[in-house]
Write a protein that binds this ligand. Sequence first.
Ligand code: CAA
Length: 389
Amino acid sequence: MLPVGIDKISFYTSNYYLDLRTLACTQGTDPEKYYVGIGQEKMGMPAHDEDVVTMAASAASPLFDDEQSKTISTLLFATESGIDQSKSAGIYVHRLLGLNANCRVVELKQACYSATAAVQMACALVARQPETTVLVIASDVAKYELDTPGEATQGCGAVAMLIKANPRILEIDPQVGNHTEDVMDFWRPNYLKTAIVDGKYSTKIYLKSLKKAWENFTLASDVSFTDLSHFCYHLPFSRMAQKAHKHLSRVNKSSLEPEQIEAQIEGSLLYNKLIGNSYAAALFIGFTSLIENSNSDLGGKKIGFFSYGSGCVAEFFSGTVVPGYQQQLFKEQHQNMLECREEVDYEQYITLYNAPDPQNGESVIIDVDTTGKFRLAAIANHKREYVER
Ligand code: CAA
């Protein structure tokens, strides 16, 4: 069977961020609670003319040129902050990126897990038709009520991946471990703009699901804990991954020292600390962070991935980094994007938080605010109008 997996990967986040010291200072909270306790420093805030569609298109646009776009047979769009109950956000992206009319598009949802479902489905499609390419995009805005424990774990971002046969970044193993359970740890009814979350419970269910998914993985795969050199976890906040990896190390009775255990995940946390939670995109932005920031050559190394989507579905899977992967990365562009962002003060943050949200068909023209390639220019007659900036 031909190897299938990630051939290219690129991410995008908005041009604004709030430093969590500013949030802590306004709330009268010790900033160390955020910087150390949850392990987060900044959170991305979407500009007024930015949403999951514009972020998704901006993430994907560096991945291919016009000629290569003709081989993309399917666009799978994973999100839990979608803009329509019926039409896939991916169709707007399909037009903005000039994809072929013969490329099918569909949106997938299962909280933060859906991007992993999309990647696995993409691998299955490519295995059936090895000459095709599937474009997987995950894009989300993590939004909680103000003055709740979740507020400091907001963020936004999108990640785009080309899934191909003989991939040049990561060969994904077909064996996976799953755990699904009907729980109410985090959810967002259709009539709400922000998620409802039972925070402490959600962290317990995350850890329980990790153990269950891992146990299921060991039944399917010959890959053992010691075969895995690095790990990428779903990242609601970086401290969650640190707790998760310690938990998995204990479950496997690892003989590694605490610093060695930490070294297996630290590269994957760097971008998340600066962006915040990006829900479905978070795991794969974490993987990008790992491969773009590792001091050693990861070529040939086995990586373990844990995907978690509240509600809940969890999956453990593995993959091998392809030697020479460094040539496929957009490291400089990503790091420039993060460095060029503008810090906002608390009042600007509140203005961005309360972005215009017309619900009665009224017309709203939105000023240019994003520095990204695509923008939401207007909303009128219940229709969203996207343009290239
Ligand atoms: N200095 C250093 N550390 C400090 C501190 C200080 N001054 N003050 C507090 N801390 C530490 C605490 O000791 C605690 O550490 P431990 O977890 O090791 O005990 C940590 O900071 C957090 O403090 P609290 O437990 O008091 O924080 P909280 O209750 O106010 O909020 C939270 C934590 C419940 C996770 C909250 O951020 C939340 O609800 N987040 C959203 C839900 C979430 O992300 N859940 C994760 C699993 S679900 C999932 O993964 C899906 C998803 O994407 C949402």
